[in-house]
Ligand binder design. Structure first.
Ligand code: FES
Ligand code: FES
Length: 178
């Protein structure tokens, strides 16, 4: 199916019809063309786990995965997700039994959460790093999180959580994540 046809067909009504994959399930929703992905997720779909703060790409609170890549959803226009795959924090735990994703577990175990506002964005920002094979340096961990601001916990436990998740998913990387 053409990706552009539904947007064009709905343009006359002032809304666009979006068909995309959301947390591994097909999703269809209408939205104003100027709406951001953040607005679509929260206001149209009701997934409140993705947080908005600066709304200008500076804080990372609104990070989601689009086709597996972390993006600031406040900067993505609704029409850009047509036919793509979007993952939010609600989609990380197992759909079968609710088992938490390893990063979610590590954030809890290490006390890397205080108010929690930044947490979904941090976890999704770090998620891509864990899909990478091989070894990781401290710089890799810092780079994965560099676009995400936490205003209250401090980064020590956050980094500890991400290193712990890396160690568990990369047991052969003896030199990394110390
Ligand atoms: S709300 Fe999107 S980067 Fe801050
Ligand atoms: S835990 Fe409060 S902003 Fe990070």
């Amino acid at each position: 199916m053409s990706e552009s046809r539904p947007v064009a067909a709905a343009a006359d009504s002032g809304v666009c019809e979006l068909r995309f994959t959301l947390n591994n399930k097909p999703c269809c929703v209408t939205a104003a063309p100027e709406a951001s992905l953040l607005e679509v997720l929260r206001m149209e779909i009701g997934l409140m786990g993705t947080k908005g703060a600066c709304l200008e790409g500076e804080c990372g609170s609104c990070t989601v995965l689009v086709d597996g890549v972390p993006v600031n959803s406040c900067l993505i226009m609704a029409g850009q997700i047509q036919g793509r795959s979007v993952t939010t924090i609600e989609g990380l735990a197992s759909a079968d039994d609710g088992t938490l994703d390893i990063l979610q577990r590590k954030f809890i175990e290490t006390g890397a959460v205080q108010c929690g506002y930044c947490t979904p964005g941090l976890i999704l920002a770090a998620h891509q790093l864990l899909t990478r094979p091989g070894v990781a340096t401290e710089e890799d961990f810092l780079t994965a999180l560099e676009g995400n601001i936490c205003r209250c916990t401090g980064y020590e436990n956050i980094l500890k959580a991400v290193r712990g998740a890396w160690r568990e998913t990369h047991p052969d990387d003896a030199g990394g994540a110390q």
